[in-house]
Design a protein around this ligand. Structure first.
Ligand SMILES: *[C@@H]1O[C@H](CO)[C@@H](O)[C@H](O)[C@H]1NC(C)=O
Ligand SMILES: *[C@@H]1O[C@H](CO)[C@@H](O)[C@H](O)[C@H]1NC(C)=O
Length: 647
């Protein structure tokens, strides 16, 4: 075995002496202590400096610095939980009964229909200021009870006993005080105290005075200091920066983002948190109910739909496909979050780099985050809508705030940033729709976002198109389907008058207004498209003409499935017919009215001039070959009749 032995090292005399000295020195206790102290001091000092640098970098208001996230030792996601899979009933029956016993204006989610005559003027002023009736809000308790609109089976569902803690982040800009306070109170009233670590408010440099001292004194008098925290941005920075500030400050395991005019419903938190407790790379969204901007009544919006986008990057909704959900209480995947209300673990949020901090003001951030969540989740995360968690939201009746960045097209910059970083070759379908707009926009430095995409080995965008939202292209194809007709809908009875939405959102009646000068390209409130889907869409919204059960003509989310949104233009009679021929209902108008009741459906009458209309642009070929142009006609009876009529 001799060959395995190494030859002994031979020392020169000098080397030997050095070696000896070292050993001696090391054996000297004084030297050991001294070097240890020096070493420790250097280490400690470096650590302190590093911590200070990070602390400085991570300061909530320094949004322009990329956040450096360290998962706290106490983080829920560091250790295993719920090993026994123990589930409990999270309902707070005491609070629920207390709320049930409340009486007064607006309780149980009721609305207030009117104000005394001497308050009309103030009422209108507070509407103009807020886009909702702030005076009505003032008349309703900040602790008001809401109506529980959850599916009845939600009562029976138990959730994991051990759930992560929550920081609720609420940015606000010029919110009406009572509406903001009701948001805060209802979060606290309906959240289990052991889960609600804090509410983080971020004032985006509002201009209303009561959002400073008055708000602060209310908070200090009504809430424990550490429960509600308030940050004030030094300058108006927009929604994205405000959310980032809140997220940087948050100490909970999970970030829940809310708008400042919302009211969470019964037991909203545990259903949102359980999927995240199981997998920290899951993001959850509550169902969004409607708090009417006129009355503050709390009403249902829909029973679930999936979010997607069209190639103008407008947020769009698609119906749930069969098979996505077994029971009405089950969560289901949604490709794009609506954006305002969602829950995500701080760990995952920061793993994804939070929001791109160079997105300005608002817009595009919901795509950025949604794309990241689906493409960079390591294979098992995603966005899910949670039917048993509901939050009411005031959809404004009009937008009261001036765009204070006139001149910068921040929306185009945001969209281009998101498209450049995430959408690969698919970005061309966005740019194609508005080449001039995008050609001249400089998205700025996107290297940090690209580095995140690389580091997390995110999937290509084709995965989103093919796997996450496979039916999106059916409704929003790369190349838009040609429309049957579009532009202003002009009355033939009074050709100066056109149909107008009055810039209102879902569920509203249509009105009449003097026509835009360019009937083929009017402003959005008068721009309607009789689409390939055989519905009438309001431009730049996701809303369509819609006949409700009572036979009223309203606007509602386009469902692309004809039925109560099926409309046809008859070139011969100039009528806009609802529901095809068998229905015999036509669009009519009352010239005496402007908004409510001005446009309605009634029995078709070819001799009635008030039933005659024209679109700014009409594709006669398509309209005269109704059955063979456009989407398949779903109703076989209608199809037969149309064929008989030679269409
Ligand atoms: C709302 O409820 C909280 C806590 O229960 C209570 O302290 C506060 O006084 C209530 N405020 C109003 C206006 O009812
Ligand atoms: C008009 O409709 C026809 C039939 O659908 C279609 O082929 C044509 O491209 C349309 N024209 C325009 C200008 O969109």
């Amino acid at each position: 075995m001799l060959h395995l032995c190494r030859p002994r090292r031979m020392w020169t005399k000098r080397q030997f002496l050095i070696k000896l000295r070292k050993i001696n020195l090391l054996k000297s206790p004084r030297f050991v202590i001294e070097t240890s102290i020096v070493f420790f001091l250097i280490f400690f000092f470096t650590l302190m400096v590093m911590m200070k640098v990070i602390e400085y970098n991570n300061e909530p208001l320094r949004v322009d610095q990329n956040f450096i996230y360290f998962e706290p030792l106490s983080s829920f996601f560091r250790s295993e939980h719920n090993k026994g899979n123990i589930k409990v009933d999270w309902h707070d029956y005491i609070a629920i009964n207390l709320e049930k016993s409340r009486t007064g204006p607006g309780e149980n989610g009721m609305g207030i229909d009117s104000v005394p005559e001497d308050e009309e003027e103030l009422n209108q002023r507070l509407f103009d200021e807020n886009g909702y009736y702030g005076l009505i809000s003032d008349k309703i308790s900040v602790n008001r009870s809401v109506v529980d609109l959850r599916h009845k089976d939600c009562w029976k569902i138990r959730y994991l006993k051990d759930l992560p803690t929550v920081s609720v982040v609420i940015p606000f800009y010029n919110e009406h005080l009572s509406t903001l306070l009701r948001t805060i109170h209802s979060v606290i009233n309906r959240s289990p105290p052991e889960l609600l670590k804090e509410v983080v408010l971020v004032n985006d440099r509002s201009t209303k005075e009561f959002l400073y001292d008055e708000l602060k004194s209310y908070l200090s008098q009504n809430f424990p200091k550490n429960l509600v925290k308030l940050f004030e941005l030094p300058a108006r920075s927009g929604l994205i920066a405000a959310r980032l500030t809140g997220a940087r400050a948050a100490i909970g395991d999970v970030l829940v983002f809310l708008d400042s005019h919302t009211e969470p419903n019964v037991n909203w938190l545990p259903p949102l948190l359980e999927p995240i407790a199981v997998n920290y790379r899951v993001c959850t969204c509550p169902f969004i109910d409607v708090i009417e901007f006129k009355t503050f009544e709390y009403v249902i919006q829909d029973e679930g739909s999936r979010g997607v986008f069209d190639w103008h990057l407008n947020y769009r909704k698609l119906e749930l496909q069969p098979g996505f959900q077994k029971r009405p209480t089950d969560l289901f995947p949604s490709p794009v979050m609506a954006g305002g209300l969602f829950a995500i673990s701080a760990k995952f949020f920061w793993e994804l780099g939070g929001y791109d901090n160079k997105l300005d003001i608002w817009g595009g951030e919901q795509y950025e985050l949604s794309f990241k969540i689906w493409l960079c989740n390591g294979g098992d995360g995603g966005i899910y809508d949670v039917p048993c968690s509901r939050v009411g939201h005031v959809y404004r009746g009009s937008m009261p705030f001036e765009d204070d960045r006139k001149g910068t097209d921040f929306l185009s910059i945001n969209y281009k940033r998101v498209a450049e970083v995430w959408m690969d070759e698919y970005k061309e379908y966005v740019y194609m729709r508005n080449p001039e707009r995008y050609k001249n926009v400089n998205p700025g430095d996107i290297s940090y976002q690209q580095s995140i995409r690389k580091k997390l080995q995110c999937k290509p965008f084709s995965y989103f198109i093919n796997k996450v939202a496979p039916d999106m292209l059916e409704y929003f194809p790369f190349i838009d389907y040609p429309a049957f007709a579009y532009g202003a809908i002009q009355s033939m009875y009074e050709p100066e008058i056109c149909i107008d939405t009055y810039a209102k959102d879902t569920g509203n009646e249509l009105g009449l207004y003097p026509c835009a000068p360019d009937l083929e390209d009017p402003q959005d409130t008068q721009f309607f498209t009789l689409r390939h889907f055989r519905d009438i869409e309001i431009k730049n919204t996701m809303f369509c003409f819609d006949r409700n059960e009572k036979g009223m003509l309203l606007t509602n989310i386009c469902h692309h499935h004809q039925g109560n949104q099926y409309f046809r233009y008859d070139m011969n009679t100039q009528q806009i017919r609802f529901g095809g021929d068998m229905n015999d209902e036509c669009l009519d108008m009352d010239i005496e009215k402007t908004e409510a009741g001005a446009i309605f459906l009634t029995k078709c009458d070819e001799s009635s001039l008030s039933q005659k209309w024209k679109f700014g642009y009409m594709n006669e070929t398509a309209l005269r070959s109704w059955t063979v142009s456009g989407f398949d006609i779903y109703d076989p009876y209608e199809y037969r009749i149309m064929r008989q009529n030679g269409l």
